[in-house]
Design a protein around this ligand. Sequence first.
Ligand code: TYM
Length: 381
Amino acid sequence: MAKAKADDFVVTPWEVKGKIDYSKLIKQFGTEPLTPDLLNRMKKHTKELHFMLRRGLFFSHRDLTWLLNEYEKGNKFFLYTGRGPSGPMHIGHLIPFVFTKWLQDAFGAEVWVQFTDDEKFLFSKEENAKLETYTNYALDNALDVIAVGFDPKKTHFLIDSDPKSAGAMYREAVKFSRRLTASTAKAVFGFSDSDNVGRFFYTSMQAVPAFLPSILKGKNVPCLIPLGVDQDPHFRVARDILPKLGYPKPALLHGKLVAGLLEGGKMSASVPHSAIWLSDTEEQVREKIVKHAFSGGRSTLEEHRKLGGIPEVDASYQWLHAFFEPDDKKIQKIYNDYKSGKMLTSELKNYFTEKVVAFLKEHQKKRELAKKQLDKFMFKP
Ligand code: TYM
């Protein structure tokens, strides 16, 4: 089971809590650390390494060695990732997509993106939840994903309940589900008898894009899934079952889950000011960061100059490091200056605010343009 001890941290596809110890998580989940050797091997093909790899934001994998062996034999892989459209997207949701887009360019790979409106409907805690609500969020979130810059000729969107997507996926999900027992679903996901039966079936849908391209191409194609590590349990199950259906196990590249703006929590729709939403206005961003973002600064100016700040707990620094400041020299200087007390919290927050505002302005412009492109990305059999 993906849960750690109660006083520790919890990482499951449905719940992320506490301060995650990623070395412990690698042991609990039974994944492999992303070693310098493997990174160097990737670099041979990509020339540069994305800063999320250089900085350890992507930190763990399953079967990446096998995937690179295949690639070096001339057997190209496709990429698969996804989004559970529970509402509008925040900046954390974008991390795997930005990284996947880089992988697409670096390896010239096809990308499959799944939007799981069925999942969000089945797992909604709302008594009268409507599937249509989540289908609409899927269509909305798809624009944010297009805005990341994927190549329309090489990128295919699946919306689970969309008739065309469902038409291609359902037969395969059924075959998968015949191999997935209720006791495995209970053991891996912690379900009980009071969970609806759709939840027990759901992993079968999330597994399908990992082998659908093999079916469409009429030959087995290696698959690489970049994802936040909370999604690993679905693919642990998929990796057990796919060889039984005649397909290779997908390789995985796991990303860390970056915390929200408030102390020790995640970005959450139910906690105001915890998240930067992709639709935020400049004013909202400024207010959130200046007034609410958790700071590693000291309580007085004098103390800060003397003792220095703590970048390791500072939300602004953490988000610059994970997403908004790709330049290694600049991020190192910010770290040094903040840690030594030379840089003040207000200066760090201003720097962060300007980066976020500039990013969102660009993103929102591209999102507008994406409205005309959506049809090009939708899967058509
Ligand atoms: P969802 O919508 O919860 O999240 C989408 C992707 O974003 C990652 N993520 C984060 N990464 C870094 N920091 C954060 N704070 C953060 N929050 C979320 C998630 O791990 C995920 O990769 N069931 C899935 C949808 C899905 C999927 C997939 C995801 C379907 N097929 C294949 C990955 C790969 C979901 O609800 O993701």
